[in-house]
Write a protein that binds this ligand. Structure first.
Ligand SMILES: [Zn+2]
Length: 380
């Protein structure tokens, strides 16, 4: 696709051809809530923030609730019949994370691929002259334009959930995603971005925010260098205040441990955000998701597949989020990577008022049920 033909904000590109003054309110911004923002530290602001990005509303919906019609936008991309910017094919670099022109490329011979999200929440490329024009129109908006990279990783072989995927394919999804994160950070560092918050996750099922039926992971790479949200701040503070001691390197309470393989531990969250919330962490003190060894990525695939299968067997809602807390780049203190599996649920007022949750099943019961289920699977 020619640079002058790229629609406004597709692949995070704002250029002199697609920008006009009437689009000023469609430029993505990051805004901290003045009533829910409390701290200004060396790492910037801490509080609730919103990424406001109207282009998100234009993304294709893979699942139409009324017609139950399924379509898969990744198929045409894989076949080389739709535009894309590939960052990695398996774990090989294809294009720079700051590539400006989408192209068509057949990726059928690979196992997993990572592309730039076509409908992102960040500006990735902005022409200097456009930036000047935006500043002339509105200084305030120009000051908070939200910059970053949105990645999407998917398996070449179609599947919809972590329970049904072959462990080798899940291994390659994580490997492709990690390679793309590493390339993106390296490139961002090279052009002057220092503090980078990285948010990797899977949205599985339409209720969990998965707008596409094909299994895929996403990464939000925030290049704004202006701070982070409250939960990330709390996690960073817990690890920092531990000094040399790390809460995840110490022994976990045995009653909530569900399963361990050579490299990972799976347990039931002690103060669950959802019923059946599970947590997992590498046994080694790994700070960044990109530092996982090949063996640890295999172990992660194993733990994700076993736990999701067990949740399926227990009748837990199949719409799920899998999220990873990884240390932001350019932050100076200690951290231990961990992740969560969060089955979808409605939430109510008290849960909107605070970072709290009312659940009905105790973590020990959850641990017992999932442990038993994983045991059954292993015997089969
Ligand atoms: Zn640790």
């Amino acid at each position: 696709m020619k640079y002058e033909e790229i629609p406004f904000m597709h692949w995070g590109i704002i250029n002199k051809y697609n920008f006009s003054d009437d689009k000023i309110d469609r430029v993505p911004v990051k805004v901290f809530d003045p009533l829910l923002t409390h701290r200004y530290s060396i790492y910037g602001t801490t509080g609730h923030f919103s990424y406001i990005s109207p282009v998100r509303g234009y993304r294709p919906k893979g699942v139409d609730f009324e017609k139950r019609k399924r379509s898969d936008v990744f198929r045409k991309i894989i076949e080389g019949q739709d535009w894309a910017i590939y960052i990695t094919l398996d774990d090989n670099l294809k294009s720079s994370p700051f590539e400006k022109t989408p192209y068509m490329f057949c990726s059928e011979k690979y196992r997993a691929a990572t592309i730039i999200n076509r409908f992102p929440s960040y500006v990735r490329i902005i022409d200097d002259e456009v930036l000047e024009r935006i500043k002339r129109i509105d200084d305030k908006i120009a000051g908070s334009i939200s910059r970053g990279i949105n990645l999407v990783t998917f398996p070449i072989k179609y599947c919809e959930s972590v329970s049904e995927i072959d462990s080798d394919y899940l291994f390659w999804i994580i490997k492709s995603m990690n390679a793309a994160i590493s390339y993106s950070i390296k490139e961002a560092n090279r052009i002057g971005y220092g503090r980078i918050v990285v948010y990797p996750f899977f949205n599985i099922g339409p209720l969990a925010g998965g707008s596409q039926p094909r299994l895929h992971s996403q990464v939000y790479i925030d290049l704004n260098s202006d701070g982070h949200g409250l939960l990330m701040d709390i996690a960073l503070t817990v690890f920092r205040s531990g000094g040399e001691q790390c809460p995840l390197c110490e022994d976990l309470e045995e009653g909530v441990i569900i399963y361990q393989n050579d490299t990972w531990t799976l347990w039931a969250a002690r103060a669950p955000k959802r019923n059946f919330q599970l947590r997992f962490a590498p046994k080694r003190h790994v700070e960044y998701i990109t530092d996982l060894s090949l063996k640890e990525i295999r172990g992660l695939a194993d733990i994700l597949i076993r736990s999701n299968k067990a949740l399926d067997a227990l009748g837990v809602n199949e719409n799920r989020n899998i999220i990873f807390y990884t240390k932001p780049m350019g932050y100076g203190f200690n951290f231990h990577l961990f992740g969560e599996i969060l089955p979808w649920e409605n939430i109510g007022g008290v849960e909107l008022l605070d970072t709290c949750r009312v659940v009905r099943i105790s973590p020990r019961s959850v641990a017992g049920m999932v442990r038993e289920q994983i045991g059954k699977e292993t015997k089969l």
